[in-house]
Structure formats: structure tokens, C-alpha cells
Design a protein around this ligand. Structure first.
Ligand code: HEC
Ligand code: HEC
Ligand code: HEC
Ligand code: HEC
Length: 512
């Protein structure tokens, strides 16, 4: 292949003009606190669609533990792509705490989670991330690791003006009222038309911090330590300045639509009550359908019909457009898009996830082979895990029941999706994780490769040595034991009264 170099005629006047312009711009930027944004056309009316993720906590993809789990960066990316395809100018921001799920990682966990953080960063780049705030969960492996990912960060207490389609979008990152005020003042001074603040703290803290602060049009909160619960659904507090919290771990996406149709400060168009009511109704119907789908013992045909109905509803919900009202003003609308499982996923981000999946298993296995340690021996008098085989000798009848339950297949299900070498997955899918006699390295799970008797009844070595009805840690495991694994996030339909009978039967629980 030959490279053709095009020769441009020497247009001296043009290069001079450009040089002069550049010089002027450079001098200006040297004087200004931040580089000024390149020239924009002030009268642009191109509408903007702004998307924000928050509290992602390293969640690339939901675990797939239950049907219909929300989330996945690929689904978020597909929403951005859809808006771009509709001819909108799209801006993507992240409010922080995206990279890790928790602090205090063990060396093996660090291998897995750093690789995952890299994949999150890659996915964000593929989505065209324009700016982000950072939170404590971004710095779990140190600030140097975070900055090595090369994401466009807005330092705490400051702001940045993004030039998009002829508009100036101000992005502020703050953890306090002071930072919020200073960041807002900065981007306003730099001529921002619209200002989004990414606030590290709770909704309540953000509302407090807003008092006395001028110049912010919308606040998105993130980085609240206790945020990941079943109830942390997205919330919007409507006030003079609306404050939004996005459901954590990538389960929802925030979307703002900005309409430039006038001048001056933007009005929050919350007036489209009908759209909001419609969204709420659809959310309820989606929740009902998902619950119905999760009920056991349905025919494949019935499941298919329900799934199709769900997919249609979810699609409509995602496309619900907030109808802009009165024109002649600058205005914006806010809505959340719950990232339901039936929504499409973006191929570019899917590829990032696939590469991560393939890579992380290799890394984990190699680490285990090079540095893995077996679990420590039990302390004197402490019980160790033995694995199912030890129980079967004396409790054969119980196994007739047990073998028919999902618990017996739990590790095979991981192998089936090629995630058996993932620390974050084996945690709930093997016997005695990080416990004496249990599993402490991903390459040694023999005899512990299931959710076994001891996951519910406790470690059995003392009982096996002295078998009676007093020596097991738990004769009748309670609901709390189940909830250790059946969390609201990965077992959203867990109902003790429904689930318990499915693990018992004649031979396991004499009363039945
Ligand atoms: C050497 C035989 C033996 C082994 C091995 C053994 N058990 Fe037992 N287990 C017994 C006997 C005997 C009892 C007391 C009589 C009864 O309740 O069946 C018992 C009682 C229990 C009970 C209490 C039942 C109650 O009365 O409420 C549980 C739970 C239990 N075993 C679980 C296990 C588990 C889990 C293992 C494997 C780690 C295990 N056992 C291994 C013999 C054994
Ligand atoms: C906190 C505990 C926990 C963790 C961590 C966990 N799982 Fe699960 N997993 C569960 C529970 C509980 C179920 C059963 C949920 C239900 O049926 O309500 C399950 C079920 C599954 C199933 C079976 C789904 C089916 O259709 O039968 C798969 C596959 C699975 N998990 C994969 C994974 C993968 C992959 C990971 C890691 C990314 C993972 N799990 C991490 C607890 C966990
Ligand atoms: C150590 C983690 C753990 C504990 C503790 C646990 N489970 Fe599970 N459970 C799982 C996993 C993982 C699965 C998914 C197994 C699979 O299909 O891969 C599961 C699946 C199930 C299923 C099958 C769901 C279905 O679709 O049919 C039932 C029922 C269930 N668990 C009930 C319980 C009950 C009741 C308790 C408490 C008494 C309990 N589990 C405790 C991890 C656990
Ligand atoms: C998902 C949790 C769970 C698992 C796994 C489990 N059990 Fe149980 N088991 C229970 C519960 C709950 C009860 C108490 C039922 C009651 O009486 O309310 C029980 C009761 C028992 C009892 C006393 C009742 C009886 O049938 O004599 C024995 C013995 C027992 N389990 C042994 C086992 C053995 C052996 C295994 C492994 C094959 C096992 N269990 C696996 C939850 C579990």
C-alpha cells in the first residue's frame, strides 16, 4: 500500500491567521485559571442528551444469579448509542465510585479487581466518557492506580467546561458546600450555559450543601457508603435545583435532555406529570411481570409469553420521552432509565466484558498457582469444614433431597458460564470460603464444589468426631443464614416461606 501525501498550496495568509488566533487563545488561556473552551457558536440550538452513571462499584455486568437482573455497562452504552442514532449530541458523565466495590482487598482479590477496574475504564472510554468525579472507592488501590487508567477526571472542588455542539456544559465535582460553591463559580466565570454538579455524599447532604450556593442547575449524588441495598432505587428530589441519586451498581442510568431555545438560566421542566405517572405505572407493571416470571413451575410457553410482554414494556419504558413544554426558554428534563435485562447491549462494551472474562480467569489461576495458600488449620477446639462426602456416610437419606436442589449444582453453574475461577463468584457457590477446611484458592475446590450441607449447618468436623444431635453448629439454620447468600441484589425474589420448603423434604427434615 502506498501513502499519498496531498500537497497543499502555500496559503500564507491562512497560516498566519491561524497562528495569530492560536497565539491569542494561548495567551488568554495562560491568564485564565483554566484553558478557555475553543470558540463556540453562541446561538446553537442543538439539543443535548446528557447521561450520568454513579456508584458503579466495578459492576460491569450483573452476576446472572437470577433471571432479569438489572444492570450492565453494555446496556447503558446501548442507551447512549440510541440517543446518538436519534441525532442528539450525547455527553456521558460519571459521578464517582466506579472502580471498586469495597476497600481492604486481599492480594488475590486485588489481581481480579484491578483487572476489572481496567475493564470498567475501557468500557467508559468506549462510551465516550467526557468527565467524571472520583470517590473513595476509586482509590481503593491508590490514587496512582486510578490516574493510570487515564480517565478524564474533574478534581474535587473544581469544575470543567465542556464544549459540546456549540454549548458550554459546566461539570463540577465536590464533597462539600464550599467545593460546590467554588466549582460552580469557576465554571460560570468560564461561561458555562448549564451546570451539573457531581456530589460525593447522600441526597440529604447534597440538599444541605446547596443552600447558599448559586449557579448549579442539577446535582447528581454518589459515593455514599451505605448505598447498596435493595431500596436504593433511583430518586429525584425536586426543588429549585433538582437533586438525583442513581440506583447503584449500574442498575440505572440518569438521562437529562437539554433544550436550548432562548437565553438565560435553564428551567427544570418537571411539568410533564403525565410522563412521570406513565413511567411509574410501567415500573409497577414491570415489577409485577418480573415477579410472575420468577414463580416456580411454569410452562415454557407461559414463560415465553411473559418474557415477550416484559421486553415490550421495558423497551417502551426506556423510550419514554419527556415531552418538552412551553418553548422560548432554555429548559431541561430529568429521568431515570432502569437498565432491565431485556434491553439491548452495546457490542463494543460487550467485547470489553468478554475480554475481561477470558483474561481474569487466566490471571486468577496463574496467581493461585504461584502464590495460593491452602486455608489455615482450625484453632484448637474450632470446627473445620469437611465437605459433603463426610456427611453422606451417615446421612444418606438427606442426600436424596439435597441432590435435587440447585445448591448441589451451584459450582457446575459457574463452570457452565466459565466463571468458576472468579473469586467474586465462588464466594457463594462453594463450601467454606476462606475458612478452615474450606476453599482458599480458586484452583483447589475438590470436595467443596457446591453449596453443601455445611453452608447451612456450619462446619462439621467436631460433629463427625462426636456425632450426636448437639455437636453441629446449627441444627435448624434460620432465615439469616440464607440471606448471607440470597441477597436482595442477586436473589431479588427470595422469600423464605417459598424457598425453604424447596430445600427440605422426606429425609431432610423429619417433620415432612
Ligand atoms: C459418623 C456419622 C455422622 C457423620 C459423619 C455426620 N453425622 Fe450428622 N448426625 C449423626 C448422628 C448420629 C446424629 C444424631 C442423631 C440424629 O439426629 O440423626 C447427627 C445429627 C446431625 C444433625 C442434627 C439433627 C437434629 O437432631 O436436629 C445435623 C444438622 C447433622 N447431623 C448434620 C451433619 C452434617 C452437615 C454432616 C457432615 C459435615 C454430618 N452430620 C456428619 C451422625 C453423623
Ligand atoms: C452473595 C452471594 C453470591 C455471589 C457473590 C454470586 N452468586 Fe450466583 N447465586 C447466588 C444465589 C443466592 C443464587 C440463587 C438465586 C435464586 O435462585 O434466587 C445464585 C445463582 C446463580 C446462578 C444460577 C442461575 C440459574 O438460572 O439457576 C448462576 C449461573 C450464578 N449464580 C452465577 C454467578 C456468577 C457468575 C457470579 C459472579 C459474577 C455469582 N453467581 C456470584 C449467590 C451468589
Ligand atoms: C452459601 C450460599 C447459600 C446459602 C447459605 C443458601 N443458599 Fe440457596 N442458593 C445458593 C446458590 C449459589 C444457589 C443457586 C444454585 C444454582 O442453581 O446454581 C441457590 C439456590 C437456592 C434455591 C433454588 C432456587 C430455584 O430457582 O429453585 C433455593 C430454593 C434456595 N437456594 C433456598 C435456600 C434457603 C431456604 C436457604 C437457607 C435455609 C439457602 N438457600 C441458603 C446459595 C446459598
Ligand atoms: C439450604 C440450607 C440447608 C442445606 C444445604 C442443608 N440443610 Fe439440613 N436443614 C436445613 C434446615 C432449615 C433444617 C431444619 C428444618 C426444620 O426442622 O425446621 C435442616 C434440618 C436438617 C436435619 C435435621 C432434620 C432431619 O432430617 O433429621 C439434618 C440431619 C440435616 N438437616 C442434615 C443435612 C445434610 C446432611 C445436608 C447435606 C446433604 C443438609 N442438611 C443440607 C437446611 C439445610
Amino acid at each position: 500500500m502506498t501513502h499519498v501525501r496531498r500537497k497543499f498550496p502555500p496559503r500564507r495568509w491562512l497560516s498566519l491567521a491561524v497562528a495569530a488566533l492560536l497565539l491569542g487563545w494561548c495567551v488568554k488561556s495562560a491568564l485564565a485559571p483554566r484553558p478557555a473552551v475553543p470558540a463556540q457558536d453562541a446561538g446553537s440550538t442543538t439539543p443535548l442528551a446528557l447521561f450520568v452513571t454513579a456508584d458503579l462499584q466495578g459492576q460491569l455486568l450483573p452476576c446472572g444469579c437470577s433471571e432479569g437482573m438489572r444492570g450492565g455497562l453494555g446496556r447503558a452504552a446501548a442507551q447512549l448509542a440510541r440517543a446518538r442514532a436519534a441525532g442528539l449530541s450525547v455527553v456521558y458523565l460519571d459521578a464517582g465510585d466506579a472502580l471498586f466495590a469495597r476497600a481492604g482487598l486481599q492480594p488475590d482479590e486485588a489481581v481480579e479487581d484491578e483487572r476489572k477496574a481496567k475493564a470498567v475504564a475501557e468500557a467508559m472510554r468506549a462510551m465516550g466518557l467526557a468527565a467524571r468525579a472520583t470517590g473513595p472507592l476509586d482509590d481503593v488501590q491508590g490514587a496512582a492506580f486510578r490516574t493510570s487508567l487515564g480517565l478524564p477526571e474533574v478534581p474535587d472542588g473544581t469544575g470543567r467546561v465542556l464544549a459540546v455542539a456549540g454549548h458550554r456544559l459546566g461539570v463540577v465535582a465536590a464533597h462539600s458546600a464550599k467545593g460546590l460553591g467554588e466549582g460552580a463559580a469557576q465554571v460560570r466565570a468560564e461561561g458555562a450555559d448549564f451546570v451539573v454538579a457531581l456530589y460525593g455524599g447522600s441526597l440529604e447532604a447534597a440538599l444541605g450543601a446547596l443552600r447558599g450556593v448559586d449557579g448549579v442547575d442539577l446535582v447528581v449524588t454518589a459515593q455514599e457508603a451505605a448505598v447498596v441495598t435493595v431500596d436504593d432505587d433511583s430518586r429525584l428530589v425536586k426543588g429549585a435545583v433538582p437533586v438525583a441519586r442513581v440506583q447503584s451498581r449500574g442498575r440505572a442510568l440518569l438521562r437529562l435532555d437539554l433544550r436550548f431555545d432562548g437565553s438565560g438560566r435553564f428551567q427544570f421542566l418537571s411539568s410533564s406529570q403525565d410522563v412521570e405517572r406513565e413511567a411509574a405505572t410501567q415500573d409497577e407493571r414491570i415489577a409485577l411481570l418480573k415477579r410472575e416470571l420468577a414463580l416456580p413451575g411454569q410452562s415454557a410457553e407461559r414463560k415465553r409469553v411473559l418474557s415477550e410482554r416484559l421486553a415490550t414494556l421495558v423497551d417502551k419504558r426506556a423510550a419514554l420521552a419527556p415531552a418538552p413544554t412551553a418553548s422560548g426558554t432554555n429548559g431541561f428534563t430529568v429521568r431515570f432509565i432502569p437498565l432491565e435485562a431485556t434491553l439491548p447491549s452495546d457490542p463494543a462494551v460487550d467485547r470489553v466484558v468478554e475480554e475481561f472474562d477470558a483474561d481474569v480467569s487466566k490471571l486468577n489461576l496463574a496467581w493461585a498457582k504461584a502464590h495460593g495458600q491452602d486455608c489455615a488449620a482450625p484453632k484448637p477446639g474450632e470446627a473445620a469444614y469437611l465437605g459433603n462426602a463426610a456427611c453422606e456416610k451417615c446421612h444418606a437419606a438427606t442426600f436424596d433431597v439435597y441432590r435435587k436442589t440447585g445448591h448441589a449444582r451451584a459450582y457446575r453453574e459457574l463452570e457452565h458460564v466459565h466463571k468458576q475461577y472468579r473469586l467474586e463468584c465462588v464466594a457463594c457457590h462453594v463450601v467454606g470460603i476462606q475458612q478452615p477446611g474450606g476453599v482458599c484458592r480458586v484452583d483447589r475446590v475438590a470436595g467443596r464444589d457446591a453449596v453443601g450441607c455445611e453452608n447451612c449447618h456450619g462446619p462439621g468436623s467436631l460433629h463427625a468426631a462426636l456425632p450426636n444431635d448437639q455437636s453441629m453448629p446449627r441444627n435448624a439454620p434460620t432465615r439469616a443464614v440464607c440471606l448471607g447468600c440470597h441477597t436482595p441484589e442477586n436473589s431479588p425474589h427470595f422469600d423464605y416461606a417459598v424457598y425453604l420448603p424447596r430445600v427440605l423434604g422426606p429425609g431432610h427434615d423429619a417433620k415432612r
